[in-house]
Design a protein around this ligand. Structure first.
Ligand SMILES: Nc1ncnc2c1ncn2[C@@H]1O[C@H](COP(=O)(O)OP(=O)(O)OP(=O)(O)O)[C@@H](O)[C@H]1O
Length: 649
């Protein structure tokens, strides 16, 4: 087996070479599968079970498009019957709850009264029940009415269900009640089938024999895959039993740590439970055979091969549209990358649960059987209580529903709470000895019929699609990052060269201004030195110049120009004022240049910030890449686990 998705057509492999039990010659056309249904040797021991001729349960779902015409409503009491098909037929009660996507519907209930066994026939027993297949009605026969009168319980009993059957033909039962449910499970709905009835009433017969529901459902699953060209599938199976309120993995009986868990993502589930990937009907039947060999079966006062446990056979169906999506992480154009990121491929995961309940029974003579019987009866009683609570007045708020009072009801909780399409096959024995038990079974059937379910058919993101989505996002971000980097680089270079030119120019201006300023200041100082006042004029020191000269004439010195760079021989005050004006201009110009420099610095900072933001984009890409590698690792682990599962077969 491989973990690959199954695509039609899938060649059958006989890896296990299984010979599951077989009954009478198959009436089915699926001879390849059913011919393997071998008669089992009689087992009289209690656990573990050796192959035996009867079995368990089945679960499936019908499709809206294939619904048969509406039949009649269920009589029994109150609720109208979403008769006929398990799907879209909704009673008046349901109508208000329907929606195009996931229509509300009642649990589908079918009843079968088995024929008299040889022993009963030899004892001249008569059937207490009259079946009208066409009217989907079961009622007391004249013999039954007489027997009820004898026990002062003379009320007439009559019920209508989705279908009623008698006799040994499983084909009619399967085609009418289960076939569509299997297809719906393949379409993505969770589906559950369970058989309910007193011990020796024919639950296992309906599931396994002739062939029964299970092998027919397995055939239908693979037929569906063969016929559905547009999808691919992965199938996994598990098989467990609830024996004396302990959950056992029938595919790994040594595993004794099974517990019921609940979380938001997976809902209620049993773990750690062996799951085997199957790729052919033979694979599935081999798994069932393996599980059956470990199941608790014993001889009781009432049944030679009595199931002493409830079993749940579960087929997990993963399906997705067939697409040629590449998983390569090659360079993609940004256009292609954005295409990937916008299209998230999804898959559907549904479960087909085939549940074989142990039958209710009166006290057995053997102590071990009595203990088993007590557990069986207690869990069936809890099941009855749960169903009563579920179908209490719709107007009153729901009272506490004791799902946790038994492992069976806890595991069935999602199905009974309306999250799956459900078919219940109720079986009754025809004889007067079983009259009251049969009546109780019919009452149970009528109550179950009132449960409304609204199964979902959600798509979940495919891990591989998720991987692809990450890849698309990364490619897209990388491409954006590259473009942004290029633009930024160009802008940065341009801005930096502009800024540097401006800076040089400003610096040059500053240098010149400093020179001018210095020159102006020097001239001002010099002029100031020429202006005399009382404090600057030196005291006369008895000048004695030869020839009676009184020394140099300052005005002459000014005229000669030997006191410094005096270009203007006019008013020195005016000259000073002029120079001071020029200095003020230089100062103003300097302030403006400093302002320009500050602006340059600000623009530079902005540029640095853009570069920093760009780094954030790079971080996002890095995160996505990390997430991608985690997802890839998870996929690898899943694939390794699947390969280990396959090789361990
Ligand atoms: N529809 C039927 N046609 C012919 N024989 C039947 C039919 N139903 C049941 N039987 C026979 O009746 C006997 C009891 O049936 P079966 O083992 O299926 O009962 P059960 O409800 O599974 O009992 P338990 O709860 O004890 O396991 C078997 O021998 C079986 O072959």
């Amino acid at each position: 087996m491989t973990n690959a998705f199954l695509s039609p057509p899938q060649p059958t492999q006989s890896r296990r070479g299984s010979t599951y039990r077989n009954r009478s010659p198959s009436t089915s056309s699926n001879t390849s599968l059913h011919s393997r249904w071998q008669p089992a040797p009689t087992s009289t021991k209690s656990s573990p079970r050796s192959p035996r001729p009867t079995t368990t349960i089945t679960t499936l779902t019908p499709s809206l498009s294939t619904l048969p015409p509406r039949r009649k409503s269920s009589t029994s009491s109150v609720v109208s019957t979403a008769s006929s098909s398990s799907t879209a037929t909704t009673s008046t009660v349901n109508t208000s709850m329907t929606s195009p996507l996931s229509p509300a519907e009642n649990v589908k209930v079918v009843v079968r009264c088995r024929p008299l066994t040889q022993k009963e026939f030899l004892n001249k027993s008569e059937s207490c029940w009259t079946i009208s297949r066409e009217a989907s009605r079961i009622s007391l026969s004249p013999h039954g009415i007489q027997k009820r009168r004898e026990t002062n319980k003379g009320r007439m009993i009559e019920h209508h269900f989705d279908n009623v059957f008698q006799g040994s033909d499983n084909t009619d039962l399967y085609q009418t009640s289960i076939h569509n449910l299997v297809n719906q499970a393949m379409e993505g709905y969770n589906a559950t089938v369970f058989a309910y009835g007193q011990t020796a009433s024919g639950k296992t017969y309906g599931n396994e024999s002739e062939p029964g529901v299970i092998p027919r459902a397995v055939d239908d699953v693979f037929s569906y895959i063969r016929q559905t060209q547009t999808k691919e599938f992965v199938l996994r199976v598990s098989y467990l039993e609830i024996y004396n309120e302990t959950i056992r993995d029938l595919l790994a009986p040594e595993n004794d740590t099974l517990k019921i868990h609940e979380d938001k993502r997976r809902g209620i589930y049993v773990s750690p439970l062996t799951e085997e990937v199957v790729t052919s009907p033979v694979d599935v039947l081999s798994v069932i055979q393996k599980g059956e060999a470990n199941r608790h079966i014993s001889t009781t006062n009432y049944n030679l091969h009595s199931s002493r446990s409830h079993t749940i056979f579960q087929l997990v169906i993963e399906s997705r549209e067939r697409t040629s999506t590449s998983t390569a992480l090659g360079p993609l154009s940004s256009h292609r990358a954005s295409k990937y990121s916008s299209r998230v491929e999804c898959m559907r995961i549904s479960q087909l649960s085939l549940i074989d309940l142990a039958g209710s029974e009166k006290a057995a003579s053997d102590q071990e059987r009595r203990k088993e019987g007590a557990y069986i009866n207690k869990s069936l009683l809890t099941l009855g209580t749960v169903i009563s609570k579920l179908t209490e007045s719709r107007r009153a708020p729901p009272s506490h529903i004791p799902f946790r009072d038994s492992k069976l009801t806890r595991i069935l909780q999602p199905s009974l709470s309306g999250q799956a399409k459900v078919v219940v096959i109720c079986t009754i024995s025809p004889t007067a000895n079983s009259l009251e038990e049969s009546n109780n079974t019919l009452k149970f059937a009528a109550r179950v019929k009132r449960i409304v379910v609204k199964a979902k058919n959600d798509e979940v993101p495919n891990d591989k699609a998720l991987l692809q989505k990450y890849r698309g996002e990364i490619m897209e971000l990388r491409s954006k990052l590259d473009t942004a980097n290029n633009v930024l680089l160009q802008e940065k270079e341009h801005t930096q060269s502009m800024l540097s030119a401006e800076r040089q120019q400003h610096e040059q201006q500053m240098r010149q201004m400093r020179l001018v300023r210095t020159a102006l200041k020097e001239r001002i100082d010099h002029l100031m030195r020429l202006i005399l006042n009382s404090s600057t004029v030196p005291m006369p020191i008895s000048p004695t110049y030869p020839n009676g000269n009184n020394g140099p004439d300052p005005s002459k010195a000014l005229e000669r120009g030997d006191s410094g760079p005096v270009e203007n021989h006019g008013d020195p005050w005016q000259l000073v004022r002029e120079l001071q004006r020029q200095l003020a201009q230089v100062n103003a110009s300097k302030a403006s240049t400093e302002k320009l420099l500050a602006e340059s610095r600000r623009r530079n900072q902005e540029l640095e910030k853009i570069v920093e933001d760009n780094k954030g984009l790079a971080d996002k890409v890095a995160n996505l890449e990390a997430e991608l590698s985690i997802t890839k690792a998870e996929l690898q682990v899943t694939s390794i686990l699947a390969q280990e599962g396959n090789t361990s077969d």
